[in-house]
Design a protein around this ligand. Sequence first.
Ligand code: ADP
Ligand code: ZN
Ligand code: ZN
Length: 743
Amino acid sequence: MAKLGNGNNLIFRVAVSVPVYRLFDYLAPDNCGHDNIKAGTRLEIPFGKGKKIAFLVEIASHSEIDIVKLKRVTRILDEKSLLRAKDLRLLHWASGYYHHPLGEVISAAFPVALRQGKPAVVQTEKYYSLTQWGQATDSNQFNRARKQKSLLEKFQQDQLPLSETGLSDWNKNWRPAVRLLMDKQLIQIAQPDSRVKFAESLVREDVLQLNTQQQSAVDAIKEGLGLFGVFLLEGITGSGKTEVYLQVIRSVLERGQQVLILLPEITLTPQLEERFRQRFAVSQCLSHSKLTDRERQTAWLKMQQGECSILLGTRSALFTPLRNPGLIILDEEHDVSFKQQEGFRFSARDVAVVRGKILNIPVLLGSATPSLESLHNVDKKHYRLLHLPERAGNAIEPVLQLLDIRNKQMQEGLSEQLIEEIKITLAKNEQVLLFLNRRGFAPTLICHGCGWAARCLRCDANLVIHYVDRMLRCHHCAREQRLINQCPACKTGELTPLGLGTERVEKVLNELFADKSIIRLDRDSTQRKGSLEGYLKQINEGKVDIILGTQMLSKGHHFPNVTLVSILDVDSGLFSIDFRAAEKLAQMIVQVSGRAGRADKPGKVIMQTRKPEHPLLTTLLNQDYSSFAKAALAERKEAGLPPFSYQALLRAQAVDAQMPLAFLQAIVELVRPYNNKAHIQVLGPVAAPMARRAGLYRFQLLFQSTKRRELHKLFDEALPEIEKLKYAKKVRWSLDVDPVDLY
Ligand code: ADP
Ligand code: ZN
Ligand code: ZN
């Protein structure tokens, strides 16, 4: 044991963002008054041959390591820890629960720039506001200068100072118009305190009169403010969930507290953002992957400092520190994008619930199609269900229909009857939405002569045909090549595309409805920044007749003029080996249906199927999602599957096919003694359902138990040993606790 010297020999135990489970001991930096240094403080340390950013975990008086071997912390980066004790408690919990190295978990809580050690300062933005002259000026004077006109109108409507970021949201190229209006003395640089004054008025517009169910949901949550509790708000699309959020948020703001709202990436549309901005005159922040690092850091710090009241963000915003937390909302809680699938594999939904518990605030989960996990938690009385059974206002629910396409004439996935329905809808000047969850032209290119198929050389997968840019692409790795015209095997056979993708349907739609405007929404067509927003705008302005797209369409967007929705190929979801496939399919069907017929126009949803008697489909058709969920939960219970048991998946991959298998076999041997009395099934090792991906051979080992604690105990004990196994450093491996997909 090292002897204690003076204060400078105190030990800083730190976490570093490296994939090892241990912490590291360092000597306290020279000349530091460490009385006030708290856990969570960022430090700069010598590490290996270079430097790294570390996070202080604790200050200790002695180290297991000989003191002369310890290096010294070079620099303390924060005067005051940016994380509070409760934030750290959550991160410690998450590191323990997900069995993920603490350094990587803490690091994930920070925005990129702070992780890299950049100073924690809010990059102050300029704000602009109207002058008195600007207030009084009629914008019609600017009929010839459209941009200045619309900017002036924006200022006049909003009656709020606008930040540089806000202006960029309005128009990327805002500076010339601002400069011109400033030259005319219509707008000015706002004084900082004018912002505060405006922020005093919380709500801008009159709120809607809630219906009975909405009102009782709002009342229940309001009563729960200031206490931990989880509410599951279940309501079909259009039932007024967002309105419930807005009214509850208002109460939280009135208490002087902050709200964290998490959404799946795609739902975070300008439409929703706009709805929030119209409703609340308080400062609001955004955090998602399309923003710059700087913008995300600003949002993070503003929430941390309490300068901002509302944060709308995606999964990664979950850990944002809150100065004055009041409520966490997770919308579309069933969405798989809340599960991080790489690195630190956490479920934002589950961690949000734990966060609510630690902070002693309510957590509100909302969905039209709640996950079976959450419904099970309602059954166990862990969550409280609030139900909005009908559409708000006068909107009518869409009618679901099955269309039996067995032995029917099809044109690239469209049956004659569906084509007829599309014609009828278009004739009424209403919009059609077609859903096919496969991008590209066709999933396979096959030789009619010899049966050769275009395969990815690095994955167990076919290359997908993309006709638009004449490429063959692997959807599992980055591999692509030019589309070929000749079969490389027999040189003579005719190459034919097999199967259906969105490009292929788009082509036939363009032929069938040549005079109509058709747009395709998938990952390929919306790659350019802002293109999705552009398309959504066109759709809402009624400039589009047929919308064709992938799962992107099933989330969040509202298309009020769509009255016909068709799911072109429901069957592909009916035959999956994944035990969650039925749940995902049911959610997808209900979510896609939710896009149809709002306001005064009733909608129709047609599902093309060759399995019209399939129980999943008939249950959704004749009953509803809740009935489906009940039946599905009963099946899971029968089979002992989650949520009636707990799983963890150990994955291993390597260029060499033998090593991952040998590694997992060694683990099976290693856990055998720990696992003696614990009721844990160890299944495998087996090859992953996609046995090779991006050149790596993949194997997996599934652990399952009805006792969560036993499962965790096993990993607590076994992981330090697993780390020491011969192959542990030669293969890439990871542990996925509560995996949502077993691939
Ligand atoms: P969801 O989030 O469940 O899809 P929204 O809150 O977006 O539902 O509500 C759907 C539509 O109904 C919106 O246009 C909203 O303004 C409107 N709406 C919500 N609640 C009411 C209400 N109580 N009375 C009238 N219209 C409402
Ligand atoms: Zn051939
Ligand atoms: Zn590939």
